[in-house]
Design a binder for this molecule. Structure first.
Ligand code: NAP
Length: 441
């Protein structure tokens, strides 16, 4: 292990960290450009084959960037997309980014360090960084923006230069160091461990924008919200946000284990899609037939149709979502795990004045507001399991095969779980088990 990593792990003071030289290389989970095509014609695109762990060169830092020693990270579904080279090899994003020239060219490499969540300690700041200092404990937002673009100042997600760090950029979070723009940093809640804090931001903030923000469905007290994949990374935060907003979550899952996890999150109504036989429609007739069955199950449980449907499953569910949401209701979507080309009967949309909102990640203000909810203890992490960085392939495989519940954490520099708490009193007040509702399942 390099001396800087050792210093950070031992809790060195900021001046010691600044005086310790950077290593030339660091350990990182990465893809290699020569592996693109390795899955051609292969039915099971097993991410353990493409996700490599090894040393990569330490990049140069731009003036508006910081170098973070990553204590922990988490698996997001975008790492499954990257590691299967679908729908596009991410090397195409890196090449496009690199064509901007200047320091953007650093990203266009034959290796791609992936990972879009992380927490750690700032070990270097670029000359233009004024709000963050060496030694700060930070949560990393996955959204990089170009603040020279006018649209960025209306909403960070609208700027064309917006990129998802560790997916559309290099130097991501499943590594011992990460290059992060200062405008991606958020304070780490002191009562959370490294791995708890690292598992929150990407999916929680995405759910926040989809449900709470004025850019999303803007739910209110009493709203019934149908949540597909409610025990998944996005869903488990959506359930908590709906509860906190005074709404009624109706969670859909595929197994008894996941139903138990939803009960632990306090989800009011739980539907098992396997038992109900929904989410498999491939024709318009099947969609209506399954939609009627799902609609009946929701009405039986809560007496009315949902105000909002939270859908990122995509092709398998979207037609049902448009069908079951109530008149004037909203379907909010941020993804398409089962297929990007959605089929739905538009008559149900226009005749009943329903609307669809597309949503992507969250701007920095939304991420900050979401982080604040963690800081207040209003929402909690949904970690179910934690792997060391040396087993990152297994961690990603769990998510790829939908065997996980909530979030899967990864320890990077943190030598063990349970470290990084700086507000032990608040942690005790909330209770460690309340902060980990899915770990006992
Ligand atoms: P996740 O933890 O893997 O959760 C996905 C959930 O989808 C699973 O828990 C599963 O629940 C459900 N699911 C899978 N196949 C299904 C089917 N055929 N019908 C119904 N439900 C199904 O993933 P995640 O992190 O929540 O991300 C989910 C998707 O959103 C991914 O495609 C990801 O790329 C996208 N995403 C987009 C953004 C953005 O900003 N645009 C951010 C985060 C994620 P059950 O098996 O229990 O039903």
């Amino acid at each position: 292990m390099d001396v800087l990593s050792k210093a950070v792990i031992s809790g060195a003071r900021p001046e010691e960290i600044s005086a310790t030289p950077l290593p030339d290389q660091y350990l990182a989970a990465h893809l290699r450009s020569e592996d693109v095509g390795v899955f051609d014609g292969v039915a099971d695109k097993d991410v353990r084959r493409s996700l490599r762990l090894g040393s990569v060169p330490m990049p140069e830092l731009a003036p508006d960037e910081t170098l973070v020693a990553v204590m922990a990270s988490a698996i997001n579904y975008n790492t499954v997309w990257s590691a299967t080279f679908e729908p596009l090899p991410t090397f195409e994003f890196l090449a496009r980014h690199g064509r901007q020239g200047g320091l953007a060219a650093r990203h266009d490499l034959p290796h791609h360090v992936v990972g879009s969540d992380g927490v750690g300690v700032v070990v270097r700041t670029g000359a233009a960084v004024s709000r963050w200092n060496v030694g700060d404990h930070v949560v990393i937002s996955c959204v990089q923006v170009d603040d020279h673009e006018p649209a960025t100042h209306a909403d960070g997600m609208l700027g064309a230069g917006q990129r998802i760090w560790g997916y559309e950029t290099n130097f991501g979070g499943l590594a011992t160091y990460a290059v992060v723009k200062a405008s991606q940093l958020l304070p780490k809640p002191g009562h959370l461990t490294w791995e708890e804090a690292a598992s929150t931001m990407l999916t929680a903030a995405t759910s926040y924008r989809m449900l709470i923000s004025d850019k999303g469905a803007r739910i209110k007290i009493g709203d019934i919200v149908l949540i597909w994949g409610a025990a998944g990374g996005l869903g488990a935060f959506a359930v908590q946000l709906v509860k906190q907003a005074g709404g009624i979550p109706v969670g859909v899952v595929s197994s008894d284990d996941k139903a138990e996890a939803l009960r632990a999150l306090g989800c009011d109504v739980i539907l098992n899609r396997t038992e109900l036989g929904v989410g498999t429609a491939t024709t318009p007739e099947e969609t209506i037939e399954q939609g009627k069955r799902l609609g009946r199950a929701i009405r039986d449980a809560v007496g009315e149709d949902p105000h909002v449907v939270f859908d990122y499953v995509g092709r398998s569910t979207f037609g049902l979502s448009v069908f079951v949401v109530r008149r004037g209701g909203t379907i909010v979507t941020c993804g398409s795990t089962t297929g990007f080309h959605h089929l739905y009967d538009n008559r149900y949309l226009w005749m009943n004045s329903k609307r669809i909102i597309g949503s992507h990640a969250a701007n920095l203000q939304e991420q900050f507001e979401c982080g604040r909810l963690f800081g207040l203890g209003k929402i909690v992490p949904v970690l179910s399991t934690v792997y060391p960085l040396s087993e990152v392939g297994e961690a990603a495989r769990l998510v790829q095969t939908n065997q996980h519940i909530g979030k899967v954490g990864v320890l990077c520099l943190a030598p063990e779980e349970g470290m990084g708490v700086t507000e032990p009193e608040f942690r005790e007040e909330l209770g460690a088990s309340a902060l980990n509702p899915l770990r006992k399942v």
